[in-house]
Design a protein around this ligand. Structure first.
Ligand SMILES: *[C@@H]1O[C@H](CO)[C@@H](O)[C@H](O)[C@H]1NC(C)=O
Ligand SMILES: *[C@@H]1O[C@H](CO)[C@@H](O)[C@H](O)[C@H]1NC(C)=O
Ligand SMILES: *[C@@H]1O[C@H](CO)[C@@H](O)[C@H](O)[C@H]1NC(C)=O
Length: 755
């Protein structure tokens, strides 16, 4: 019985003296007045029930508040610091012995801290490495006369933390090996529009080496486009405008500040349009699973690059650019180097650039680390918290700030459980993913293997990849989770003293202050989760609502040391979070509050009314606009437009029905009498999101299955609403609109009581 349980729990938590009576005691039926006793008795029973129910609710709230406080207070900043140091001792790229040692350390600490069922979940996947003894180099030369040459490594700056002999190797994962000599064309950020500009200016990229600025967008998509344009190789450089915005003098960059030093580069993956092991799309790459393609096929399919690519520092970019011929680049292509940016091609004095990339493809075992706290009431409902642990080098921000925090959260949960005998109502899973950096491989293989189980049992997946910077929360999620994340952020004290002094006492206040939503002014801006981290397979393949959050700066220029060898604990401790890890702490607190909201709420805090409204107000109008803007040029086009308008009309009507049905459904929540009725409601809430999965995938991308939310084919770092509706050759597709319609119909049926 609920109330008795609550009372027992209240006693256990020390909210109640052992023999203090919660039940009102003065409701004995009066002995006299023979006619009235029954009525009076019934009335008193009625009052009794009201009182007890009211009491139970406040009781529950009081316990939740108490647990929330304990969970937050039990996060120990010194533990986070120690874990971070332990996990970042060596560079630990996925598939290496060093990374296996990190996995073992995580498993050991999780077990020591009391997580249950800690084990490795392993897959055999294709990876790619540099040849560690043979760095990738670049030289500017004319025949045998060399004007400039790199040694392909970043110098160590803090020997205590950066002493590994191979840490400095500059490379891009998945680049094929190769030596290329040629002329340079500057392609700005290698967006479609940049190549369009080059065409208009009659600069031909075919047969040239593309020099590309990192800027914004996913690097794999940049390499793909350059290759498509006929480039023979790619050089990706970090412009000082993004990574050394206060200037490149020694005292303005690392280790004096968190700006990129002279020889620093951003490493990373240059895969395109694919998550998981490139050779086993959609299937988990366990031993014995058939590899449906090989490396050469993956190259032909445009997933793996077939031209060599190398990351270079702004110092090397300067050496190339100062020698470049050709017309001046457009004004908005000029960057932070103190010279005129030219388009090329060709260098002064007929010099050429030669780059040499050494790399190998290898099949390796990767290990996700999993552990859990079994739920007391609904052990088969999972709230999953995840972060990856593999890194390009030491990874003190990306990703091990997150791993250290996740590990300490686990600690705080088990510690709170010991102190109070409380246990979360639903199971909380902890996942440390492997090989995220290559293409979300560990999490994707896991979701592929456990798809059915996850779709039935996972309530939500909450991802925190890493802290980027220290100013404000940034958070991506779907409309149905807006309320719950806002409520959680409001409960977290502001980690920044400066922000507190500005009159912003909570995490929420700062977030809302820097990123108010332009359309919905009462709330902070939250984008749809994209392909940037491990939440992607949960949302896009399994249809599970996800949250992905981080801490960042309040400017577009963020996290200059990203994927460099200078991400070691000194950066966290002395440059980005020197106020006793206040940001690491606040991040942990928010993660805990989010987890607790999902594990403890009797009715799942997933608000589909917000989803229905977003569909009606935000997602369908652009489709209507796109249809309106089509100009009929003949009769068949006119007929197609009539049909499109018809489809838009139907999907609109369906959305309105969905909204009404959700309203009726929501009205039942407070009437649920017992755990079975609540369970039935929660099952239906969970079923709604699964309806937006199209099992065959969207537009020939079998992993991109979410009808509403998908990763943009043009930029894996961005998400698009209804990509399939827009991304077709016909510009807009009646059939795809109908698939959206069908998903909304499915979602409407999912919450109904009967057919
Ligand atoms: C490689 O070159 C950089 C830049 O010139 C230099 O700082 C570093 O010491 C060199 N490393 C080695 C191993 O020669
Ligand atoms: C670009 O250069 C390639 C190779 O030299 C050539 O085949 C192609 O026709 C050129 N394209 C244009 C538009 O000039
Ligand atoms: C926050 O980060 C900036 C660099 O982005 C740094 O200058 C500042 O000192 C940091 N503040 C704290 C409290 O860590």
């Amino acid at each position: 019985m609920e109330t008795r349980n609550l009372r027992r729990r209240r006693q256990e938590y020390g909210l109640l003296e052992a023999n203090q009576d919660v039940e009102p005691s003065k409701h004995k039926p009066p002995p006299s007045m023979p006619i009235l006793p029954t009525i009076i008795f019934l009335m008193s029973m009625f009052i009794f029930i009201i009182v007890v129910l009211g009491y139970a609710t406040t009781e529950k709230t009081a316990i939740n508040d108490l647990i929330s406080r304990r969970l937050m207070e039990n996060i120990d900043v010194d533990n986070i610091k120690n874990y971070l140091r332990e996990l970042t001792k060596e560079p630990h790229v996925a598939g290496t012995d060093e990374n296996r040692r990190v996995a073992e350390a995580i498993a050991r600490i999780w077990t020591e801290n009391g997580l249950e069922g800690v084990h490795f979940n392993s897959y055999n996947v294709l990876l790619n490495y540099p040849v560690w003894e043979k760095p990738n180099t670049l030289k500017i030369h004319k025949g045998f006369e060399t004007f400039y040459q790199t040694n392909g490594t970043e110098p160590m700056i803090l020997p205590d933390e950066q002493g590994d002999p191979f840490a400095g190797i500059q490379w891009l994962a998945w680049s094929p090996p190769g030596q290329v000599t040629g002329d340079i064309v500057f392609c700005n950020e290698a967006r479609d529009s940049d190549f369009q500009t080059l065409k208009e200016l009659e600069i031909n990229v075919t047969g040239k080496i593309a020099l590309i600025r990192y800027g914004t967008g996913f690097r794999g998509d940049k390499v793909k486009r350059a290759q498509h344009e006929g480039a023979t190789a790619v050089l990706l450089y970090s412009d000082p405008a993004e990574v050394a915005a206060e200037g490149i003098d020694e005292d303005k960059v690392y280790p004096h500040t968190a700006w990129m030093p002279h020889e620093g580069v951003q490493r990373g993956s240059i895969i395109h349009g694919m998550f998981g092991d490139p050779l086993t799309p959609v299937l988990p790459s366990k031993p014995g699973i058939y590899r449906s393609r090989d490396i050469e096929q993956a190259k032909r399919n445009g997933i793996l690059p077939s031209i060599p690519a190398l990351p270079i520092s702004y110092t090397t970019a300067f050496e190339i650019m100062k020698r470049m011929n050709g017309p001046l680049a457009p004004k908005d292509w000029q960057g932070g180097l103190k010279l005129d940016y030219r388009l090329g091609h060709g260098l002064h004095n007929d010099a050429k650039v030669t780059l040499e990339v050494h790399s190998i493809y290898e099949t390796k075992t990767i290990n996700n680390v999993l552990g859990y706290i079994k739920g007391a009431e609904e052990p088969d409902r999972f709230v999953i918290l995840g972060n990856h642990y593999d890194a390009w080098v030491y990874g003190s921000l990306d990703p091990n700030s997150g791993t250290a925090i996740l590990t300490e959260i686990a600690n705080s949960f088990t510690k709170t459980m010991k102190e109070t005998s409380w246990r979360p109502a639903r199971t909380i899973f902890f996942a440390a993913w492997d090989a995220e950096e290559y293409s979300l491989i560990g999490s994707t293989e896991f979701v592929e293997e456990y798809l059915q189980m996850l779709q039935q049992r996972a309530v939500t997946y909450i991802n925190m990849d890493c802290i980027h910077d220290n100013k404000t929360l940034t958070l991506a999620t779907t409309p149905s989770l807006h309320d719950v994340v806002i409520q959680a952020a409001k409960r977290i004290p502001n980690p920044s003293k400066e922000e507190q002094q500005q009159g912003r006492p909570t995490l929420y206040d700062t977030w809302y202050h820097y990123y108010p939503d332009e359309k919905y002014k009462h709330r902070p801006w939250m984008k749809i989760p994209s392909g940037n981290s491990d939440q992607a397979p949960f949302q896009n393949f399994a249809g599970i609502p996800v949250i992905d959050f981080a801490f960042k700066n309040n400017s577009p220029i963020d996290y200059p040391l990203y994927h460099s060898m200078y991400e070691t604990p000194f950066l966290n401790e002395h440059l980005v979070d020197w106020d006793n890890f206040a940001i690491h702490l606040a991040t942990g607190r928010l993660w805990i509050e989010l987890a607790r909201s999902f594990s403890e709420s009797e009715i799942l805090p997933i608000n589909h009314l917000a989803l229905a409204e977003a569909i009606i107000d935000d997602y369908i109008p652009p489709v209507q606009q796109a249809v309106n803007s089509i100009k009929p040029f003949d009769q068949s086009a006119e007929a197609a437009i009539v049909q499109l308008n018809d489809q838009v009309h139907h999907v609109q009507q369906m959305s309105l029905t969905f909204k009404e049905t959700i309203l009726e459904f929501t009205a039942k929540f407070s009437k649920a009498k017992n755990r079975f009725e609540r369970r039935s409601i929660n099952d239906r809430i969970m079923a709604v999101d699964r309806c937006f999965i199209n099992p065959v995938g969207m537009l020939g991308a079998p992993q991109s299955r979410h009808v509403l939310f998908s990763v943009s084919d043009k930029d894996s770092y961005s998400s698009r609403v209804m990509a399939a509706v827009f991304d077709t050759d016909a510009k807009i597709s009646a059939r795809q609109i109908s698939i959206v319609h069908y998903s909304i119909l499915c979602a409407t049926n999912a919450v109904k009581e009967f057919f």
